[in-house]
Design a protein around this ligand. Structure first.
Ligand SMILES: [Ca+2]
Length: 185
């Protein structure tokens, strides 16, 4: 008669302890300390809609094998957490082939820290004649960091957009892009 309530009390205390532990784990997720919880939220927030999503991409090389390094299609998958990496040499090229000719207002390049210090942007409506739109030449920086280049494309008509990547910020690296967002409106 006496022992049963004691067992029940112990069981309550034990279950209370586990509830407490799971409560702490839940708090960690909410504050971003739990990786599984915070990553899914970031992925949701870090998507971008643009005119080149799922377009064909051709690159002169691809390096995979290290964490995060992905195929050329990662350049236009609309996901700011996936990225393409070239072989660790320069120069390299990226060509995005849109489904049709569109008027390109802006180009947003989301670079990983292996960014291009010097590069050219070309456009073409037929893949034969190329027009140079932009030359970027960055100042040397001490600490390579990821960055976004927002380029005014002046509503140029384009079906193909080519990045001619001439010089990496670190000569021992290649180039790595999270996304090449093509903005048409
Ligand atoms: Ca991506």
């Amino acid at each position: 008669m006496i022992s049963k309530p004691r067992i029940a009390t112990v069981a309550l205390l034990v279950s209370g302890f586990f509830i407490c532990i799971s409560g702490i784990a839940g708090k960690n997720e909410a504050t971003g300390k739990d990786s599984a919880g915070s990553i899914s939220e970031d992925v949701e927030a870090r998507r971008i809609a643009h005119a080149a999503v799922n377009a064909e991409v051709i690159t002169t090389s691809t390096h995979t094998g290290l964490p995060g390094e992905g195929p050329p299609s990662d350049i236009v998958d609309g996901d700011l957490t996936t990225r393409w990496s070239s072989e660790y040499s320069a120069p390299q090229e990226v060509v995005v082939n849109l489904p049709k000719v569109i008027s390109v207002k802006r180009l947003k390049l989301f670079w990983e820290r292996a960014s291009a210090m010097k590069y050219l942007v070309y456009v073409s409506t037929d893949g034969k004649e190329w027009k140079n739109i932009h030359l970027a030449f960055m100042k040397m920086v001490n600490e390579p960091v990821s960055r976004i280049d927002d380029i005014d494309m002046k509503d140029v008509p384009a079906k193909m957009i080519k990045l001619s990547l001439l010089q990496c910020i670190n000569p021992e690296w290649g180039f790595s892009l999270y996304e090449m967002a093509v903005i048409s409106e």
